[in-house]
Design a protein around this ligand. Structure first.
Ligand code: AMP
Ligand code: MG
Length: 698
């Protein structure tokens, strides 16, 4: 590691964004060795400048080398510095800009400065995009009449697809204003840290601090895949990029730093995107690919019982996700790729569970009077010295027990008289105190591989001194609807059309199951369109609905058959027609029935446990309960049945209709009643198995 700490800053050219964290403000994140801290919200540039300076100073004081990345250009296209400021030195241009820019939380003069530069260069460019209500002399609002004496883009921006020109000062995504408002801040950082700071690629990086230009869009898909559901995009960008840059091996980073344009500046990592992506993974063996025949059924089987189908899935599927390390505060819902052991005991030292008085040993029945020692032991504080035998000390909840104390009496049970306490025995030795490690001992395995982390797990990890955990990358699962009859929700639908109900449902189920749901849209009953949609999917697994049987318009099964990788699973289950399972170019495809009820039941019963295996969380049995039936039913042998059900007044009720197109019943239900494969007559009050949605992992 050439740098111990990486700080990534997402800059902003605008005014103060207020106290509530929001997009388009400044976001920053600190990472060390591949582990990012929580992103920091900085509402304006003045606060950002202070925070960056202080943070860098603290890192240097701790003896750490720091790389600070900013997401705006450090230079301008060739020739601009000389024409505008009379220098070829890009760092002298920083100072020149800093002398002209005035900046306050509520307003700044960036458009006037740009207009003045334009006027000094003939008045028709290079800057454009006045974002103010008033006109600015020399600065056009649009490119009408615009003339630019310089290149439109730096060399780096020509290579970086989608990068904006530094001349554009307003409009979503433009960086021109960010550079004008950021370079003065960088110029002041240079002055503050003097010889301990160097700027890439203009100077050799032999100082303790390096300023580099970064661009999160180099790894946009990876960032999108790791953005938490309620996380602000800018926060995710700095978090993931800081993680990546701090995880880079020295030789990789050296190769990136060897690039650059000493006049215009450069984007760190441009052209090295594979290495950036690679740094998201830790050095773990890559998961083996699934075999093409992993869904093959034993020959001659006609109707596969549910348990046999599940046993086949369990045997054939293995984790496909890569492994990465994430900080505990970002690990909610992630799946552990290895067991985690306690780094220290909980509690780390014996402590008191109550406010009271501590002493050594138990006390028999009767009145006890003990002299108090001076001072007190409070949580987080350190009580100096030992408490002599026969003495007591004031202790507050959570305080480590001082030497010579192993027992605590509640303050409510004590009378205090000057420097003595009195209380009635008996008090058991060890009362009201917690032993060191009584909850967890250092070295204990606290969570197993495959655990999907809950809020309580995060508490446990934090308490036992674990700051970061190895996890599988989120499983990306695509959802595709098929059928000529389908129309998009909310649009006008023809008489013969129905709305695509499965897609929002399946996307929602996947999210609840903890996966990254990817919307692959809808395709018509057309084999080429279906093939193109499957080809375009950048996912680990695909759920399709519709077209899974063996009819003329069942293109999902037909296409997988053509590819030589179809297994049409006729599972003895109701509701549910055949499941078309197959591999499409290495990606497992679960071809679900089109009927929404069958699609949901098959997802929960078959796809959910299969996806859990792929995601690394191991085989998950649905968790059900035996409860009295609140209904009557007689069932034929041959198929396992799932009824839409919910618990009311201690009994399982089922939906009034078993029709597999009745979406209202799915919405009514809060789980499923599972009836066994054999024949059965259910009377009211008979025991049946109810599996709430939560029992399927939703
Ligand atoms: P299929 O499996 O394609 O034969 O479709 C079975 C039934 O499910 C038909 O009535 C379809 O119209 C219906 N269906 C298929 N896809 C969807 C969907 N995405 N949303 C709602 N109903 C669907
Ligand atoms: Mg269809």
């Amino acid at each position: 590691m050439m740098f111990d700490t990486v700080i990534v800053v997402d800059w902003s050219g605008g005014n103060d964004r207020g106290p509530t964290p929001r997009a388009d403000a400044i976001w920053a994140c600190v990472a060390r060795r591949g582990v990012a801290e929580a992103p920091v919200y900085l509402r304006n540039r003045q606060m950002a400048e202070g925070w960056i300076g202080d943070t860098v100073l603290a890192e240097r004081a701790a003896g750490r080398r720091v790389m600070v990345g900013f997401d705006f250009p450090f230079g301008y296209p060739q020739g601009f510095a000389r024409a505008a400021a009379g220098t070829d030195d890009p760092l002298a241009l920083w100072d020149w800009v800093a002398e002209r820019i005035e900046d306050a939380p509520k307003g700044n003069n960036r458009f006037d400065v740009a207009g003045a530069i334009n006027l000094s260069l003939g008045g028709k460019g290079p800057f454009w995009g006045n974002g103010l209500k008033r006109d600015v002399d020399g600065l056009p609002r649009t490119k009408a009449g615009y003339a630019n004496p310089f290149a439109e883009r730096r060399r780096a921006e020509v290579l970086a697809k989608g990068a904006f020109s530094v001349w554009q000062l307003s409009g979503a995504g433009s960086v021109g204003s960010q550079a004008l408002m950021g370079l003065p801040v960088l110029a002041r950082l240079r002055r503050r840290f003097e010889d301990d700071l160097a700027v890439w690629p203009f100077q050799p990086l032999d100082a303790g601090i390096a300023l580099v230009e970064v661009w999160p869009s180099l790894i946009a898909p990876e960032i999108a895949a790791r953005t938490q559901p309620d996380e602000i995009k800018d926060a995710a960008q700095v978090r993931v990029l800081a993680q990546v840059l701090s995880a880079l091996k020295a030789d990789r980073l050296t190769a990136m730093l060897a690039d650059g344009d000493a006049a215009e500046g450069w984007i760190l990592g441009l052209g090295h995107e594979d290495a950036l992506r690679g740094a998201l993974r830790v050095d773990a063996p890559q998961p083996p690919p699934l075999s093409n025949d992993c869904f093959a059924l034993p020959p001659g089987v006609n109707w596969t019982p549910v348990d046999a189908a599940l046993a086949l899935l369990q045997e054939r599927l293995t984790p496909v996700a890569q492994v990465e390390t994430v900080a505990v505060q970002h690990a909610l819902g992630r799946v552990l790729s290895a067991p985690v052991t306690a780094q220290r005991s909980n509690p780390p030292r014996p402590n008191t569970a109550v406010d009271g008085y501590g002493f050594a040993g138990g006390r028999a029945a009767g009145v006890h009077v003990l002299p108090l020692v001076a001072g007190r032991a409070a949580a987080g504080g350190d009580f100096d010295g030992a408490v002599p035998a026969g003495h007591a000390v004031r202790v507050l909840t959570g305080a480590a027990l001082p030497a010579g104390v192993d027992t605590v009496v509640l303050q409510e049970d004590v009378t205090v008289d000057g420097r003595r306490i009195a209380f009635n025995g008996p008090v058991k030795a060890g009362a009201n105190s917690r032993r060191a490690g009584e909850d967890v001992a250092a070295g204990d395995e606290v969570l197993p591989q495959g655990r999907r982390l809950t809020p309580a797990d995060l508490a446990l990890l934090a308490a036992v001194g674990v700051g970061a955990v190895p996890v599988f990358a989120p499983l990306r699962v695509g959802v595709l609807s098929t059928g000529d009859e389908l129309a998009e929700a909310g649009t006008d639908a023809g008489e013969t059309q129905i709305y695509d109900a499965n897609r929002p449902m399946l996307l929602g189920l996947l999210k609840r199951l903890g996966h990254q749901a990817v919307d692959l849209g809808r395709v018509r009953d057309d084999r080429a369109a279906l093939a193109a949609a499957l080809d375009g999917a950048q996912v680990d697994a695909i759920l399709t609905s519709g077209g899974a049987s063996a009819g003329d318009e069942d293109h999902v099964s037909a296409l997988l058959r053509e590819a030589g990788a179809l297994a049409l699973w006729r599972i003895a289950v109701k509701p549910g027609r055949p499941l078309a399972l197959g591999m499409w170019k290495g990606t497992p495809v679960f071809g679900l029935p089109g009927n929404p009820v069958a699609a949901m039941v098959c997802t929960l019963v078959f796809a959910a446990p299969a996806l859990a295996l792929l995601a690394g969380s191991g085989w998950q049995e649905p968790q059900g309960f035996t409860v009295p039936a609140g209904f009557e039913k007689s069932k034929k042998p041959g198929r396992r049945e799932y009824l839409r059900a919910r618990m009311r007044d201690g009994v399982a009720e089922v939906f009034r209709s078993e029709g597999s197109g009745r979406i209202s019943g799915l919405s009514w239900a809060e789980g499923l009643v599972e009836l066994p494969d054999g024949p059965l007559v259910v009377k009211r009050g008979d025991p049946v198995r109810f599996i709430p949605w939560g029992g399927f992992g939703l």
